[in-house]
Design a protein around this ligand. Structure first.
Ligand code: PLP
Length: 237
């Protein structure tokens, strides 16, 4: 059973890597294996096949898995971050980036939380609500420059390093994706307003990571295509 599970994950991972290679986009793109709800053992199979960047949505899962798994894993926090859990998250030494800074207040909270807990500035991405959906977190595209400017001016313990979007589900993959286009435009605006700054673009998931790469993504977040469908556990934080 366990060996079959390993074989499946390694095969899925290989397929994703091949598809990324074949996308032949000009920029380099990092693969983040999104492992929410999946047991640590599944992540270890991917790790042993060379995967180092993993994405988690829930603080408690991130805490548990980061304690159990190798310390050279680079963790991406990609969930909705509650202020009272900011310190817990930034305390994880091999946290690579928090991808979900979705307003100025959150940036301030994280900045403060880092005080005394991290020797180097913490990488953050600003999450943008490119689809303008009420249910989605993120800054409005029109506010993106302002929020980025704030982080650079007022959050010395944070390092602004990219923009992130989830985007609308169920878009037609044969057409240009308006969310990807919007995030790329936000990046251009920020880079023009803040000369010398180069931002990453975190966009693309299982259904559309190849398309996202063609639209300029430097960080794709792929879950189900690597680990299979998720079953929501009975109880969640
Ligand atoms: C769950 C999740 C993903 C991965 O989604 P899949 O469809 O499983 O690839 C990517 N990004 C975020 C923010 C997520 O919550």
């Amino acid at each position: 059973m366990a060996e079959q599970r390993r074989a499946d994950i390694v095969e899925n991972l290989t397929n994703v890597r091949n598809a990324m290679q074949n996308a032949s986009s000009p920029q380099e793109t990092r693969l983040v294996a999104v492992s929410k709800y999946k047991p640590a053992q599944d992540l270890l199979y991917a790790y042993e096949a060379g995967q180092r960047h993993f994405g988690e949505n829930y603080v408690q899962e991130l805490v548990d898995k980061s304690a159990q798994l190798p310390k050279d894993i680079q963790w991406h926090f990609i969930g909705h971050l509650q202020s009272n859990k900011a310190k817990t998250v930034v305390s994880i030494p091999n946290l690579y980036v928090v991808e979900t800074v979705d307003n100025i207040k959150k940036a301030n909270t994280l900045n403060k939380a880092c005080d005394g807990l991290r020797p180097d500035p913490l990488r953050v991405y600003v999450q943008v609500n490119t689809s303008n959906e009420e249910a989605k977190s993120g800054v409005a595209p029109a506010d993106c420059v302002k929020v980025c400017q704030h982080i650079i001016d007022s959050c010395p313990r944070l390092e602004l390093s990219g923009l992130m979007t989830i985007g609308m589900f169920g878009r037609d993959p044969s057409e240009e994706n308006p969310d990807f286009k919007c995030l790329a435009e936000c990046k251009n605006q920020v880079e023009q307003a803040l000369p010398g700054k180069t931002l990453e673009l975190s966009m693309g998931m299982s259904e559309d990571y190849v398309q996202a790469m063609r639209a300029g993504s430097t960080n794709v977040r792929v879950g189900r295509t690597i680990f299979g469908e998720r079953e929501r556990p009975q109880k969640k934080e």
